[in-house]
Structure formats: C-alpha cells, structure tokens
Ligand binder design. Structure first.
Ligand code: KG4
Ligand code: ZN
Length: 357
C-alpha cells in the first residue's frame, strides 16, 4: 500500500510516499527557514501563506520522485495536530480534498506520534540515511513497551509507549520546551536560526565547563520525571556572569563556550529525568523523536548509557517530514481504521498533558 503523507504543522512544507509503512519512496521537505530567519522565529501568517502557495508543487514532486502517478496512491494522510492552526489546515485540507477526489482512504495523524514512528522508516537502499545497515536493522522494530523521548520546538515529553498510537505521559516540561530554549538562547545571542542546529554546531568548538548553569530542582513527588527550561534560559541570557567558572575573558565570552555550556545543561536536564524514568520503570529501550533528537550531544550521551538501548531516527528524519506521517498512517489503515473527512485541525492536544494524581 502506497500512502501519501503530508506535513504542514509548522514551517516545513513536506510530502512523501511510503510503501507499507516502512519504505520511503520519496520524501520532499521544502523548508521556509530563509523566510522566517529575519524574524528569528516562525511567523504563523507567513508560514500558512507559503504552505498554500507551495503545497501542490511539493506533493507533485513527491509523486515525481517516486515515479508515481496520482492513480498509484492508495491512501492519503496528513498531520491534524498539534501545530500552527493555519499551517495545519493547509496540509489537512489538501489531503482531504485529494482523498475525496480520488475516493481514497484518508487518515489524520498526530505530529508527535508521527515523530516517534520515524526510526521505523527506511529507504529502498537505505541511501541518504545517516545510519549503517546493522544499526537500522536493530533499530527498526523494538518490542513494546518502551520509553519515549519526544523533544521538539513545542513539546518535551517523557512517555511510556505501548503501541504506535498509545503513549502515557510520565513527565513533561512545566514551562518552555527544550527546542524553544535552544531557539530563544540562540536568538538572544544572534547565534543563528533555527537555534538548535546553530548551537549544536557552535558547541562543537566550545568548552562545556566554561559555565556551570543551574539544573532545576524537580525531583520530588509528582515532578520526578518533569522538565523545566525557564531557569536555564534566564541564567544563560540574564545571569551569565554569575555562572562563569573562570575569570571573565578579555574581549568577552566566546559564543562557542556559551553554546557548549548551555547545550550540556539543557541535555543533562533531559537525561536526568529520562534515566530516572528508565530506572524506575525498568524499560531497557528508549526511542527518541522530534527536532531536538538531532542534537549530537544528546545522541552521544544516550548511546553511551550502559544497559540501555537507545534508538534515534536518522538525522534526515528528526525534523518535520511527510514520511513519518505516511508511515504511521499505514498502521491505522492496516488495522482497518480511517478518519472522517470532517476531521479538522487542532493547535493543542489534550493527551500530551500529564495527569497528576
Ligand atoms: O520537530 P521539529 O522539527 O519541529 C517541531 O515540531 O517543533 O523541531 C524543531 C526544534 C527547534 O526548536 C530546533 O531548534 C530544534 O528542534 N533542533 C535542535 C537541533 N536541530 C533542531 N535542537 C538541538 N540540537 C539540534 N541539532
Ligand atoms: Zn516536529
């Protein structure tokens, strides 16, 4: 079954064709980064306008790259939530119209669950994917349940994953998302846009011990697995002098050192809660997803954990893409489900909310 997957929840206009939930036949991601860069953040109105202008061409490219015609597509899927409402509506409406016009099954999917599905995807020859064959084979099909780490620009979630569509939130950020913290620190210091990739790159040349930034004290009771980034953000932006471990350098602090120290603390906050959850639940497998899963320090630090099997999507599939949408949609369709064409988009999702006793 060939599923066309469309993703327009934020600033990537993306479409892909995936066969039987696994094999990527094409994966087109048209990024709007240059158009938002001058504002150092995504401007919702610009994003939805550009999706409207681009979506037909992006879908056509996805078909062309897979050497397929419209009549070869068996089902259509799109992200319905969460995200920027205007942007979501463009991809969702396009997908619904496509499905209706062709009389095809339609599936509306959740963006974060789709991120969690990304490590299961492969290309025909595994070319373009930054993982070797052995790594991919052992990564592609872990048994449920396992721990999930969902980290993006809008969400930071540690969850128990019992099926592709069944997660229970164990911990979540109580303020900013981790990706948002990367973006805000980068914006403040002018390190580049988008912030995560810019900081990751700068940090490679920096000293992670140059600043000893504070970790949030969230270790008790209901907050055992929660996360918090507003304290770190304030420290990096407003209290740099307070946390410098050596004398202030002549000519000012090196951007590389600020980036490396911030990145280390941001990831250590994630690791602390995640490893606590792994220890308490006894799960030996962790699957990561979302844009921040591309972070090199996070990937290295988690892979070095003894006794834990950590699965990451290949770098190309960490950020937003249509392949993860088509992939997860196949799982619903294979179970005999499909979405009603009246399904609409929503900016937020209730089931991401942690249930406190
Ligand atoms: O999943 P994604 O592409 O879009 C959302 O669903 O939000 O995630 C985007 C987030 C941004 O905050 C971006 O700065 C962050 O992922 N990001 C990174 C890296 N690459 C992207 N954060 C840390 N290190 C990276 N290498
Ligand atoms: Zn995303």
């Amino acid at each position: 079954m060939k599923v066309l997957g469309i993703e327009t929840s934020c600033d990537e206009c993306a479409a892909a064709v995936v066969e039987d939930g696994r094999t990527i036949l094409s994966n087109v991601v048209a990024t709007q980064i240059p158009y938002h860069a001058e504002y150092s953040g995504v401007v919702p109105e610009i994003a939805s306008r550009m999706h409207t202008e681009w979506i037909s061409q992006v879908v056509q490219q996805a078909l062309d790259k897979a050497s397929l015609k419209v009549s070869d597509i068996d089902a259509v899927a799109a992200t319905a939530h969460p995200g920027l409402l205007g942007s979501l509506l463009v991809g969702l409406s396009f997908a619904k119209a496509f499905a209706w016009a062709r009389g095809l099954p339609f599936m509306a999917v959740d963006h974060m669950l789709a991120h969690l599905y990304a490590p299961r995807l492969k290309t025909i020859n595994n070319e373009q994917l930054t993982m070797n064959k052995e790594e991919r084979a052992e990564n592609s099909n872990p048994d449920y349940p396992f721990l999930g780490l969902l980290v993006s620009g809008g969400h930071s979630i540690i969850c128990k994953v019992e099926n592709f569509d069944d997660i229970t939130v164990l911990g979540a950020t109580i303020d900013d998302a981790v990706g948002e913290a990367f973006d805000k620190v980068s914006k403040y210091y002018g390190f580049g846009y988008p912030g995560g990739a810019a900081i990751d790159k700068l940090a490679r040349e920096g000293n992670p011990q140059a600043f000893n930034f504070p970790m949030p004290s969230l270790h008790k009771g209901d907050h055992k697995y929660d996360l918090s980034y507003s304290g770190l953000k304030t420290a990096v932006i407003n209290q740099l002098d307070k946390f410098r471990t050596g004398p202030a350098p002549v000519g000012g602090d090196r951007p590389e050192d600020i980036a490396a120290s911030f990145q280390k603390t941001a990831v250590d906050i994630l690791l602390r809660s995640l490893l606590r959850a792994a220890n308490d639940t006894g799960f030996g497998t962790i699957m990561a997803g979302g844009g921040v899963a591309a972070n090199s320090y996070l990937r290295t630090a988690l892979k070095e954990q003894q006794g834990l099997h950590c699965i990451f999507p290949p770098l190309e599939l960490c950020g937003d893409n249509g392949a993860m949408v088509a992939g997860i949609a196949y799982c619903y369709l294979a179970r005999g489900e499909q979405s009603d064409l009246r399904t609409t988009a929503s900016a937020r999702v209730q089931f991401y909310k942690k249930q406190y006793p």
